[in-house]
Design a protein around this ligand. Structure first.
Ligand code: DAU
Length: 345
């Protein structure tokens, strides 16, 4: 199939593109705006592949999208382009509304006008909001609480409205916390791994008892592909790894894998509006024939080893735009922070 994948130079997008081209034999046009987290070095293994075409551009650029869909005779779209980091959405909410809502709107409208066979919107479990107990199912009401999750909910609902209104074959996936190689080091796992390698403090927000369900990037991508080809139009599918951990426990595993001191973990000022827990019920996707295969301990260990072996990759990032962001996000927090053991008593 000829598929347009957007955001294909980012973390999940680049894993997905590699999978679709190298393992599944599809033709992929890969559109990425190369904003701060898009990285062409994520595509090294397929940059010259005959079934892969990279295009630098934005999902909100209507003439470009119209041209690409026609020029490459695209049959389906997977929209993995997004602003994705909650902390950045607190600093600059407008960018999230522009890409995750307006950009999605431009892309799906062009896809509909071009009469494509299918469109998959990569969404997030954060659209359900804070889940104190139990698991979110696809029929639950949405209650997003950050500018990031609210923007993703906007794009998610807009996509679904195209099935109701136009019978345009849309599917939505709502994935949980994804980890693995090539993840931009603003996120919890790569930030903590790379800081720990350098023996820098690990800024744990609040009491560190927030819970997340961890999903290996390979499993997330296999689920997206499965839904794209096997999913029912107009349907939503939760994707989770079934690995629920408190943040503090993940931080402890990271320092243990690296043989570093637990004292690197600092308790710092919490994220504004921090959701305590997300958890998704994935039985609908399991019934469709998908299940995750990567156990968390193994996946985390392999991820830590990847960052150990690919220092060039993350040191280049950490010495660029990232430094300014890190300063803004963490300097004061770390000055006021205390070692986590003192908080626990
Ligand atoms: O649940 C799916 C979502 O998972 C995705 O839709 C988002 O794009 C992705 O960023 C992620 O959202 P989180 O906010 O859960 O991920 P993050 O890596 O930012 O944080 C994971 C947890 O770790 C969260 O409870 C906040 C905490 N944390 C994070 C950072 C960056 C810290 O304690 N310290 C930190 O420095």
């Amino acid at each position: 199939m000829r598929i347009l994948v957007t955001g294909g130079a980012g973390f999940i997008g680049s894993h997905l593109v590699r999978r679709l081209v190298l393992e599944s034999g599809h033709e992929v046009v890969n559109l990425d705006a190369l904003k701060y987290s898009g990285n062409l070095s994520n595509l090294k293994t397929i940059e010259a592949h005959a079934r892969h075409t990279f295009v630098h551009g934005d999902i909100g650029d209507q003439p470009l999208i119209e041209h690409l869909l026609r020029e490459h005779r695209i049959e389906g779209v997977i929209n993995a382009a997004a602003e994705t980091h909650v902390d950045r959405s607190i600093l600059d909410p407008g960018a999230f509304a522009r890409t995750d809502v307006v950009g999605t709107g431009v892309l799906i409208e062009e896809a509909r006008r071009a009469g494509l066979q299918r469109f998959l919107q990569v969404s997030t479990d954060e659209v359900y909001g804070n889940v104190e107990t139990g698991m979110s199912t696809e029929t639950d009401c949405l209650a997003p609480r950050s500018p990031y999750s609210a923007s993703k909910a906007g794009g998610d609902l807009l996509a679904l409205s195209y099935w109701t209104t136009y019978r345009f074959r849309v599917m939505v996936t709502r994935g949980s916390n994804t980890y693995g190689p090539n993840q931009y080091p603003e996120k919890f796992v790569p930030l903590f791994v790379t800081n720990a390698i350098d023996e820098q403090p690990l800024p744990l927000y609040g009491d560190g008892r927030q819970r997340r369900d961890w999903l290996a990037v390979e499993d997330h991508c296999s689920a997206i592909e499965h839904v794209f080809f096997q999913g029912e139009p107009g349907q939503i599918y939760n994707i989770g790894g079934g690995n629920e951990w408190e943040n503090i426990a993940v931080a402890e595993q990271i320092v243990r894998h690296l043989g570093k001191s637990r004292d690197l973990i600092r308790s710092v000022q919490d994220r504004l509006g921090h959701d305590r827990r997300y958890a998704v019920d994935c039985s609908k996707l399991r019934r469709l024939g998908w299940s995750p295969v990567v156990p968390f301990e193994e996946g985390l260990c392999a991820t830590v080893q990847w960052y150990q072996k690919h220092e060039d990759w993350w040191r280049t990032i950490k010495s660029g735009e990232f430094r300014q962001y890190y300063e803004q996000q963490y300097r004061q927090r770390l000055q006021e922070g205390v070692t986590e053991t003192r908080v626990k008593g």
